[in-house]
Design a protein around this ligand. Sequence first.
Ligand code: UDP
Length: 405
Amino acid sequence: MRVAQLALHTSPLATPGGYKTGGMNVYVRELSRQLVQSGIAVDIYTRRVRGDEPKVVELADGTRVIHLDHVSPDMEKDDLVAAAIELADEIAAFAAGEWLTYDVVHSHYWVSGPTGVLLSGRWGVPHVVMFHTLGEVKNRVRAAEMEPRIRIDSERATVAAADRIVCASEHEALLLERLYDARPERISVIPCGVDLERFHPGEREEARAILGLGDEPVVLYVGRIEPLKGVDLLINAFAQVQGAGVLPRLLVLGGDDRSGDAIRELRGLAAALGLADRVTFAGSVPHDELPAYYRLADVCVVPSFYESFGLVAVEALASGTPVVASRVGGLTTTVRDGVTGYLVPWRCPEPFAERIDLLLANAHLRRSMGVAARASMETLGWDGVGEGVRAMYRDALAEQRRRLA
Ligand code: UDP
């Protein structure tokens, strides 16, 4: 089997945690690795990160990343959708030039959907789509300005045409049915995974020493810096955290050159609350360096308005670090309230501060929740995601054969 993955918005080669790179980049990379390991050939069609990368890059596991000439590194999302025909032409021409045929097209995010629909029609193969986030959902949580009409239209058209839709949580599946009229029999719920070998509990003091930290408690945030993530709420909550004895530090990981304004605003907020020297913005950290940060933290906070899944939460839990998270979307199934961390249903600082304080003040609670956290993740490896997606491909192909018979 050969699969064309379309990740037109951002490249799996980019460092996650930047302006537009996050969970989806990690997901496409990990899924491809799993598929290749099981004997499926995978080509990922994407945009260049800097502009000077070669046309084809072969990754260590055998996945090929194919850079599209029609997409510049800074092309806007709307323009990517408007260029769907040219992009489908370029991908089809590349495949034809290599005498390749694909069995499945798998597109990621709303900007890839229309190109996926066109290629699936042209090649006569099933189209699988995963949205990662949905415009209608973002609009409802109102974290920032409204999502453009073109996004909603593109998602609707893709849902109507797709053979299968992958969702990371039951909650997202329900939203797809309610808000996009998706047919339930076309939806597969396959929770995301976590690399259990990379993210595991370990020596906390050692990680602190490597990073030059003292013995102050650390509250950790990891992720993109954008309104949906609620970092401002976390800073407001942190201002109310007492800690037990030594004042804690808030470590914010994520953001890149394009997050400058947002980070300046958050720094301003921290300074206004008298926290300038207790909040550290460390920028984005390469994915393979993150385990040390999760290990050294006393608590990881995920204060998002919404998460369809929320990889940061499962990475922290797998590292044995309790998580305080908003009670939204996929987080409601990954974090067990009162067992592996706390779920906060209110979007105000006090309840977040209260749960963070409870954990900082109680080493025994942190330890027992950390043990439960790791145990709760043992079955959530990426191999399960690979298995689920392979089964779904087989199912979509069998259905297509039945239709054509
Ligand atoms: N991430 C990273 N380095 C950073 C910040 C984030 O590698 O400095 C990764 C993080 O480990 C996680 C992903 O980016 O795998 C974020 O995924 P999540 O699902 O939490 O959020 P999304 O970006 O999908 O909204």
